[in-house]
Design a protein around this ligand. Structure first.
Ligand code: MSP
Length: 560
């Protein structure tokens, strides 16, 4: 894959407080965004807040504030969480921002004018919590209960504007057949195909029973349904629907037009999204309604909607009443004990990315931390740097074997890592780097440098072994930087690296920012391409290394 890369999280409801679910999806996107920046891609990573709808209106009323006050307060909290978690989103969209509201109105107007929207009466089974209608067949399959809250669905009737989703039945079916990777994982695609096969019904896209929303153009007594409003965030944030772009048949065309605004250029550059990362409960909107809206607007469709499963907690669905909710204060306790990078690591390597839910348990967190970070990453880095200090005064020696078998192994590891990142198989990418470090441990145990050190005749062999180990640790550190950005910065400092992979994960433009103090000469060096930073031979002989201890052991007793 080359060219710009756009990745999005769902936009989070402001009537909720941030918790593990929000942190999880956003961290997945962050790791991918960082990995792609490291590879030199021009990444745009979007997250934000979903601020309209009757739920927000009701929560605000219950708290005695206006919906805008509630939205401002909670959006600020979500924004601060992004910083707290070291998440590198390039933009944060709020659906109450004028840039979003205006563009949604212009896109809806366009759909209306093109005949994709009509006025009519709608009747169906309504999930009040989710603000979602279900068809008769689907409601029956759900036993007339909300799949999310378990509360009874209610029969509801409204005079509304509808989106002619039914008109896209065959076009969508063809689209899924031609793009089997559009919905992932496969189990989720199968669900979508099954439901689509039952037949698509038109969807009401306005409401009249509350006012906290974007007015329907020309008919302000109707507000645009919160889900339609929300889905559009993925394009309004790029400027689509703004002046000049609303009528564009394709992003590239919009950007190329004379006098295109900078927003249009963003649109041209980043749309369509490579990945919309979402939870499984909001798949229908993203996998069916969203591509149909885009088709109706003659805009390109995203490449992949990836719907992960859920974190449960101690074997049960998280709930406030059970007291097993992994909320922000709980997460902060993990930061305090294990560090932020360890939290990221557990989220990404043990999370519910595939079709089954993952159980969050303190013991599993502790075991993962100890096995992967203390005993593998930390131990390998400290072993190698300690021996280098002891036997070579910390100065990287010449390797007369020129890497031996390692350069080929490392090339295979880097290729496996890149493929895994392309496929959003983030845990596999992490495993590739961990496996390299485990091979280094095996190599040290087999070659026994501590014994060779006693024999002066073995000095050249000892030099090669340690130089090779240090280079492997450096490259593993490059591959781990998107997952463990703070700790891998520490490793780079210990290894005396001149080009920082960790810095490159936050912006491809600063990939040469040295970890050591910036001098004007080094600051003006050209960017180090990923192919070079991850290639064998980056650790020059004579480089000064210092012993590092990255992940302190945490006593199991303290982990409960
Ligand atoms: N506002 C809508 C999304 C609109 S996107 C155009 C919404 N918001 S939400 O605040 O409820 O966030 C839902 C998302 O949070 C899920 O899709 C998922 O990404 C994440 N999670 C919420 N609970 C979760 C778990 N228990 N486990 C993992 N992620 C889950 O729906």
């Amino acid at each position: 894959m080359t060219g710009p890369a756009y990745i999005t999280t769902p936009i989070y409801y402001v009537n909720d407080r941030p918790h593990i679910g929000h942190a999880y999806t956003t961290t997945l996107c962050d790791v991918w965004a960082r990995a792609m920046r490291l590879r030199g891609r021009d990444v745009h990573f979007l997250t934000g807040t979903d601020e309209h709808g009757s739920k927000v209106e009701k929560s605000a009323a219950a708290q005695g504030v206006t919906p805008q006050v509630l939205a401002d307060r909670n959006a600020a909290e979500f924004k601060s969480v992004m910083k707290l978690f070291n998440l590198t989103n390039d933009d944060f969209i709020r659906t109450t921002e004028p840039r979003h509201e205006q563009r949604v109105q212009s896109l809806v107007k366009r759909l209306h004018e093109a005949g994709h929207i009509y006025v009519g009466e709608f009747e169906g089974w309504y999930d009040e919590g989710q603000e979602e209608y279900h068809t008769d067949t689907n409601a029956k399959a759900l036993d007339f209960k909300s799949p999310v809250s378990g509360k009874a669905l209610v029969r509801a009737k409204e005079q509304n504007y509808y989106f002619r989703l039914s008109a896209f039945q065959s076009r969508l079916e063809r689209f899924y057949a031609e793009n089997p990777g559009f919905v992932r994982p496969q189990a989720r695609l199968n669900e979508v195909l099954g439901r689509v096969r039952d037949g698509l019904q038109d969807v009401p896209i306005t409401r009249t029973n509350f006012t906290w929303g974007i007015p329907f153009p020309g008919h302000p007594e109707h507000v645009i349904y919160v889900w339609i409003d929300a889905l559009f965030n993925y394009v309004t944030a790029l400027g689509i629907g703004g002046d000049g772009a609303a009528g564009a048949g394709s992003g590239a065309a919009a950007g190329a037009r004379a006098g295109a605004s900078s927003n249009d250029l963003d649109l041209a550059r980043y749309w369509p999204a490579e990945y919309h990362i979402i939870g499984k409960e909001i798949l229908w909107f993203h996998a069916v309604i969203w591509p149909a809206l885009l088709m109706a607007l003659e805009l390109p469709t995203p490449r992949c909607v990836y719907a992960h499963s859920f974190w449960i907690s101690n074997g049960q669905k998280m709930s406030k009443s059970l007291g097993n909710f992994i909320d922000l204060p709980t997460i902060e306790q993990y930061f305090a004990k294990y560090g932020l990078d360890a939290w990221r690591w557990f989220m990404v390597t043990r999370g519910p990315l595939e079709a089954t839910d993952a159980d969050f348990r303190a013991e599993a967190f502790h075991e993962t931390y100890t096995a992967d970070l203390v005993n593998t990453v930390g131990n390998c880095a400290s072993r190698v740097t300690a021996m280098m200090e002891r036997y070579f005064d910390g100065l990287v020696p010449e390797d007369s074997e020129r890497g031996g078998e390692w350069p080929a192994r490392v090339r295979a590891t880097v290729a496996a890592w890149e493929k895994a990142i392309d496929d959003f198989a983030l845990a596999d990418a992490a495993s590739a780097a961990i496996a390299l470090l485990r091979q280094v441990d095996v190599f040290i145990n087999a070659t026994e440098p501590f014994k060779l050190a006693k024999d002066p005749a073995q000095r050249p062999r000892l030099a090669s072994i340690l130089a090779q180990c240090a280079e492997c640790v450096r490259i593993a550190g490059v591959l781990l930087a998107p997952f463990l950005p703070a700790k891998m910065t520490e490793l780079e400092v210990a290894l005396g690296c001149t080009a920082s992979a960790s810095a490159a994960t936050t912006s491809s433009a600063i990939s040469t920012v040295p970890v050591t103090p910036v001098t004007s000469a080094s600051a003006s060096k050209p960017a180090t391409p990923f192919a070079d930073i991850a290639a064998w031979g980056g650790l020059a002989p004579g480089t000064k290394l210092t012993k590092c201890a990255l992940f302190p052991r945490v006593e199991a007793a303290k982990a409960d």
